[in-house]
Design a protein around this ligand. Structure first.
Ligand code: NAD
Length: 324
């Protein structure tokens, strides 16, 4: 890998992936339709190996930016389960399906050998135990349906016999860490603990999540670029499934303060359990999660504390006088 394209570079996982690639001496063309939500990422903007291009994958020309790339990491998407119900569904289709199809067409035209695509544990639906890649996929949210469609689209392109394109679809399980999207639960819990502002807890807290620290997600994603295969689907999880009640306890212990909670109804589309079977990731990528929930949360808390109040407003709250 000499030159990589990262779609969604300005997002949570994309920004960490881009930093890791550049740190390994790989030239990165980062495309995104929006700037980073927590402000400029100086490690990237000051690095001559990194080139940011503002474009929308659903409508802009892609051939020029992709030219000369030997790997495409496709992370751009419209994430989030709850908002995918109702009137915004068109936006999910455009960002997650139409954009992926346009990108894949361009990869085919440019004879790109490898696409690594960010899929999601949401494709599995309502499971009760560890999910294997061969399990039936029965998503229970419109978001999960669009992620399954984008994953399957990419695999269809890998099956074309008239191109060298190969695809690794990685099913990420709830990533967390610095720059995590502000709609995600661990960031909201940390923010609640630091600010004293109540955190809305959807459901009774027994729902379990396989939380995965972002540097582990990035390590698996980079390893997937080099995997010798035509098509693979691989889970990327954190190694343990933890209930939200347990996660609240860990956040509270890490920060040494209680977390004020507001109870709310369970949300449609929120699965009861996510849990990754990691055997394929271990065998094919040599993947092992390395960061415990307590360590990862401590790092995310340090990052949150370092943000200025203007940046913290992405959590939708006026922090004046309320930050501990
Ligand atoms: P994010 O919202 O932080 O990043 C996504 C980025 O994609 C954003 O910067 C956004 O501007 C960009 N984007 C969206 N539509 C675009 C378009 N049409 N053209 C160009 N750029 C566009 O999300 P994230 O949490 O970093 O997720 C990254 C990927 O991983 C997504 O594909 C998501 O579905 C997948 N995923 C994430 C998680 C998680 O826990 N964060 C879990 C499973 C899967």
């Amino acid at each position: 890998m000499k030159r990589a394209l990262v779609t969604g570079w300005a997002g949570f996982i994309g920004s960490h992936l881009t930093e890791a690639l550049v740190a390994q001496g790989i030239e990165v063309v980062g495309v995104d339709c929006a700037p980073p939500r927590f402000g400029e990422i100086t490690s990237l903007t000051s690095n001559s190996l990194f080139h940011a291009v503002a474009l929308d994958l659903s409508c802009d020309r892609l051939d020029e930016v992709m030219s000369g790339c030997d790997v495409v990491f496709h992370l751009a998407a419209r994430p989030g389960v709850r908002a995918s119900w109702g009137g915004d569904f068109d936006a999910y289709v455009t960002a997650n399906i139409t954009s992926t199809q346009r990108l894949l067409e361009c990869c085919w035209r440019q004879r790109i050998p490898r696409v690594v695509l960010a899929s999601s544990s949401s494709v599995y639906g309502a499971t009760i135990g560890p999910s294997c890649e061969d399990d039936d996929c029965r998503p229970i949210s419109p978001y999960g349906v669009t992620k399954l469609a984008s994953e399957q689209l990419a695999l269809a392109y890998a099956r074309r016999t008239d191109s060298p394109l190969s695809v690794v679809a990685l099913r990420y399980f709830t990533a967390y860490g610095p720059r995590q999207r502000p709609d995600m639960v661990l960031g909201r819990l940390l923010f609640g603990a630091l600010s004293g502002m109540p955190v809305t807890l959807f459901g009774d807290g027994t729902q379990r999540r396989d939380f995965t620290y972002v540097s582990d997600v990035v390590a698996a994603t980079i390893a997937a670029a080099e995997l010798d295969c035509r098509e693979e689907v691989i889970n990327v999880g954190g190694g343990a499934s933890v209930s939200l009640i347990e996660a609240i306890g860990v956040v509270s212990r890490v920060l040494g303060v209680p977390i004020p909670l507001d109870a709310a109804e369970a949300q449609p589309g929120d699965v009861p359990v996510t849990s990754a079977d990691l055997q394929t990731a271990h065998e094919l990528l040599g993947y092992e999660p390395t960061v415990s929930l307590a360590d990862g949360l401590a790092r995310q808390a340090d990052w949150l504390r370092s943000l200025d109040p203007v940046r913290l407003n992405v959590y939708g709250l006026d922090l004046a006088g309320s930050r501990r």
